[in-house]
Design a protein around this ligand. Structure first.
Ligand code: ATP
Length: 275
C-alpha cells in the first residue's frame, strides 16, 4: 500500500523483549512513552503532551521494531508509512497525504476504541530534509510544512493522543524545524549492537530453531562485530538453510560460521561505490 495512506496494523505483537540489546534506547523510549500512558496526570501538572519521537541510527538496528513495541506498550493503534511515499511530482499531493494520514489515525483510534495512535514515519530524511537544500525541493517543503502544521495542531485534551515516531539514519540531514520543542523533541539513538546485544539478538532469532547443544552464540557474536540486528537475523536464517541443504536436523556451529561469511560477503557485494 504505497500511497501515503499508511499501512494500518491494528494490534502489533512486538514486545520490547523481542528486541535484543538496545537497552538504553528501550529505556529512554519507555520513559517517553509513559507521558502517553499517564497523560491525565501530565495534564494536571501542565506538562505539554509528547508529540514526536525521533529514532536515529543505522539501517536494520530495530527502529521499526521499537515503534511497533511502543504501540503495544501504550495500547495504541499503529499506522506505518515511509517518507518515500510522499514523493510526488504534483504540487499539493504530498501535503494532502499528510492530512489524510492524521485523519486516518484519528479514525483508527475511534474504530478500535483506543485512546491513542502512533504514526510511524520511516525514512524521515526524505520527507524532512533541510528546506531549500539540494535534496529538498518545493514539493517536499510543502509536505514537511503540512506535517509540522498537523503536529503543532495536536492536542491531547480531546481524549485522543496522537504520537508521531519517525526514523532516520541521517539525522544531520533533517530540517532544524523538525527538532523544535513541541515537535520531535525526544531523540532516541539506536546504534549497532555491542557484543552483548548481538548475543541477545542471536538468542531471539534462534529461539524457535533447532540449535546443536554445543553452539556457542558468544563466539558468533564475537565474529560479527559491526553487524546490525537485520544482519544477525539473516545469519540465523542462512544457517538454517545450510543445515537444510546438508539434510541436518540441527544447526551447528559450522552452519553458523558459513552463514556469517555469506552475510559478510553479500554485504560487500551489495555495497555501492561511494566515490
Ligand atoms: P531501517 O532503517 O532500514 O528501516 P530499522 O532500524 O527500522 O531499519 P527493523 O526494520 O526494525 O530495522 O529491523 C529489521 C529486522 O532485523 C527485524 O525485523 C528483525 O528481524 C531484525 N532486527 C533488527 N534489530 C533487531 C534487534 N535489536 N533485535 C532483534 N531483531 C532485530
Amino acid at each position: 500500500l504505497k500511497n501515503g495512506n499508511g499501512v494500518a496494523i491494528p494490534t502489533t505483537t512486538i514486545d520490547f523483549e523481542d528486541i535484543g540489546g538496545q537497552s538504553v534506547a528501550k529505556k529512554e523510549l519507555q520513559e517517553a512513552l509513559d507521558f502517553l500512558l499517564y497523560s491525565d496526570q501530565m495534564k494536571v501538572l501542565g506538562i505539554r503532551p509528547l508529540k514526536g519521537i525521533l529514532l536515529s541510527g543505522p539501517t536494520g538496528t530495530g527502529k521499526t521494531l521499537l515503534a511497533k513495541a511502543a504501540a503495544k506498550y501504550t495500547n495504541s493503534a499503529f499506522l506505518s508509512v515511509s517518507g518515500s511515499e510522499f514523493v510526488e511530482m504534483y504540487a499539493g499531493v504530498g501535503a494532502e497525504r499528510v492530512r489524510g494520514l492524521f485523519r486516518r489515525a484519528r479514525e483508527m483510534v475511534r474504530k478500535e476504541k483506543k485512546k491513542s495512535a502512533i504514526i510511524f514515519i520511516d525514512e524521515m530524511d526524505i520527507l524532512g530534509a533541510k528546506r531549500g537544500s539540494n535534496v529538498s525541493h518545493h514539493e517536499y517543503d510543502q509536505t514537511l510544512n503540512q506535517l509540522l502544521v498537523e503536529m503543532d495542531g495536536l492536542k491531547a485534551d480531546q481524549g485522543v493522543h496522537i504520537l508521531v515516531m519517525a526514523a532516520t539514519n541521517r539525522p544531520d540531514a533533517l530540517d532544524a524545524a523538525i527538532l523544535r520543542p513541541g515537535r520531535f523533541d525526544r531523540q532516541v539513538k539506536v546504534d549497532l549492537p555491542d557484543k552483548e546485544g548481538r548475543v541477545a539478538i542471536l538468542k531471539i532469532h534462534t529461539k524457535n530453531k533447532p540449535l546443536a547443544q554445543n553452539v556457542n552464540l558468544e563466539e558468533i557474536a564475537h565474529e560479527t562485530f559491526g553487524f546490525s540486528g537485520a544482519h544477525l537475523e539473516s545469519v540465523t536464517n542462512e544457517a538454517a538453510i545450510f543445515a537444510l541443504r546438508e539434510k541436518a536436523s540441527e544447526i551447528t556451529e559450522h552452519h553458523l560460521h558459513e552463514a556469517v561469511e555469506k552475510v559478510m560477503l553479500g554485504e560487500k557485494l551489495d555495497r555501492k561505490p561511494t566515490a
